[in-house]
Design a protein around this ligand. Structure first.
Ligand code: PMP
Length: 430
């Protein structure tokens, strides 16, 4: 076992720093060009769905609907049935839309701003202030979306079973300007956390000052298991309905990381009044979705079990990459007391927390060595990580060997930045 860096004598620390500087020089000399920035499926994962390129085999669906024509704003019935089963709701509470759930989240918030929701006293744009609770670390695009609307973000900590509930409950209780919260309930981006049944029940039941407080339940990774123990998402729609807040949660999902990231199908699920509200506004901007793509997906999956079976093929491709991340970090950093990281059981990310005040330095060092990492702080609103310690790793896109190489390099950068920082802290003004 290694000695934690902070416990080394000054001489030992100087020796460690020199070693890391040497290792880093060797890393730079390799002239790598590797990218761990975004959670994209690898080409081998996309290949799993290549049959879609030859589907659908017919122009009419099971019910005789001609998918080539206009209409059917809520999406193809058979696909809604599949997602209803997967998300534990009923088909009339599911809308299948275009290729992006992020677009559905965006238009949902625009509708709240312009028109108000089912339970809103007035449009959010007429409120003096609108604020959202943002569990951190979280998904950068959720935060940049809110920032673009001028919606204020209040952070709470994301724990392994969901957001810090006492903090959430205290915020929503008395302050009617708190209108929403982002939740990625299953294998969260980036922490891998899974919202427990208990936390979900509290979110559903908690008293809120705003009558139209909304849970944006972004279940982007609902089926994206990395082990045989498949986490089940809490049934937020039923919990909320049972607690007397049926319109509180709006659920989103998509097949972006199931079939094709650029040509999948996005899904929204909610109470029937919320579905009617969403469709009413959608109908002003659309005559119907791409039902050809819907039918293509119906034929490809067959049924809900088809989706689950397909996800097991993804697991075979990406689980070894997550194992490689853990191996590289363990071999480079375990025992040094300068890093903690997650071993997610699903999703697309590993959350790496380095020594406070060194994340930006690690990302810069990696960049110099040809390893692109997501900018430090990107998992926080406005890109600001108050402790400058959080780094999101996305190992799915590169091939396995590249993940190994890149992560060994990242470990070197983490150790070097930590040694530099501890050295500087010791020689600083006393
Ligand atoms: N939500 C989360 C939490 C994500 O990580 C992502 C990125 N895949 C998205 C939404 C985007 O989903 P879509 O491709 O359906 O827009």
């Amino acid at each position: 076992p290694r000695t934690p860096l902070a416990s080394l004598s000054d001489d030992e620390l100087a020796g460690f720093l020199a070693e890391q500087q040497e290792a880093y020089a060797a890393l730079r000399a390799r002239g790598l060009k590797l990218d761990l920035t975004r959670g994209k499926p690898a080409p081998a994962q996309l290949d799993l769905s290549n049959d879609l390129l030859h589907l659908p085999s017919t122009a009419t669906d099971r019910d005789g609907v001609d998918v080539r024509n206009y209409g059917g704003l809520e999406g193809l019935a058979q696909l809604r049935e599949i997602f209803a089963e997967l998300l534990w709701t009923s088909p009339d509470q599911v809308i299948c839309g275009g290729n992006s759930s992020l677009t559905m989240m965006y238009s949902t918030i625009v509708d709240f701003l312009l028109f108000g929701g089912v339970d809103s006293p007035r449009p959010w744009s007429q409120e003096e202030k609108v604020r959202f609770i943002c569990p951190v670390p979280g998904y950068d695009r959720h935060f940049s979306m809110l920032a673009s609307f001028g919606i204020e973000m209040v952070t709470v900590d994301m724990h392994q079973d969901g957001p810090d509930m006492p903090a959430v409950e205290a915020l929503v209780k008395d302050d009617p300007s708190i209108k929403g919260i982002w939740i990625v309930p299953t294998y969260a981006n980036p922490s891998g956390a899974v919202v427990s049944q208990e936390v979900a029940a509290r979110l559903a039941a908690m008293p809120t000052a705003a009558p139209d407080f909304t849970i944006f339940w972004d279940n982007a990774y609902a089926f994206h298991h990395l082990t045989e123990v498949e986490a089940k998402s809490a049934d937020i729609l039923t919990l909320a309905a049972a607690s007397g807040h049926p319109n509180r949660p709006i659920m989103f999902a998509s097949t972006s990381k199931i079939t094709f990231a650029g040509a999948g199908v996005a899904v929204l699920a909610a109470s029937k009044p919320v579905i009617a509200w969403y469709l009413k506004h959608l109908s002003m901007g659309s005559i119907g979705p791409d039902k050809v793509n819907h039918l293509r997906h119906v034929e490809f999956f067959g049924d809900a079990e088809g989706v689950r079976a397909h996800m097991r093929k993804h697991r075979e491709i990406i689980a070894p990459k997550f194992a490689a991340v853990d191996e590289a970090l363990t071999s480079g950093l375990a025992g040094l007391g300068v890093a903690e990281w997650t071993r997610p059981t699903g999703g697309y990310f590993v959350n790496l927390d380095v020594l406070d005040g060194t994340a930006s330095r690690v990302v810069a060092l990696a960049k110099e060595a040809g390893i692109a990492l997501t900018p430090a702080g990107s998992s926080f609103p406005l890109g600001h990580d108050p402790r400058d310690r959080n780094i999101r790793l996305a190992p799915t896109f590169p091939v396995l060997d590249e993940v190994r190489t890149a992560m060994a390099g990242v470990a070197t950068c983490v150790a070097l930045a930590a040694a530099e920082k501890i050295t500087a802290d010791r020689s600083g003004p006393t």
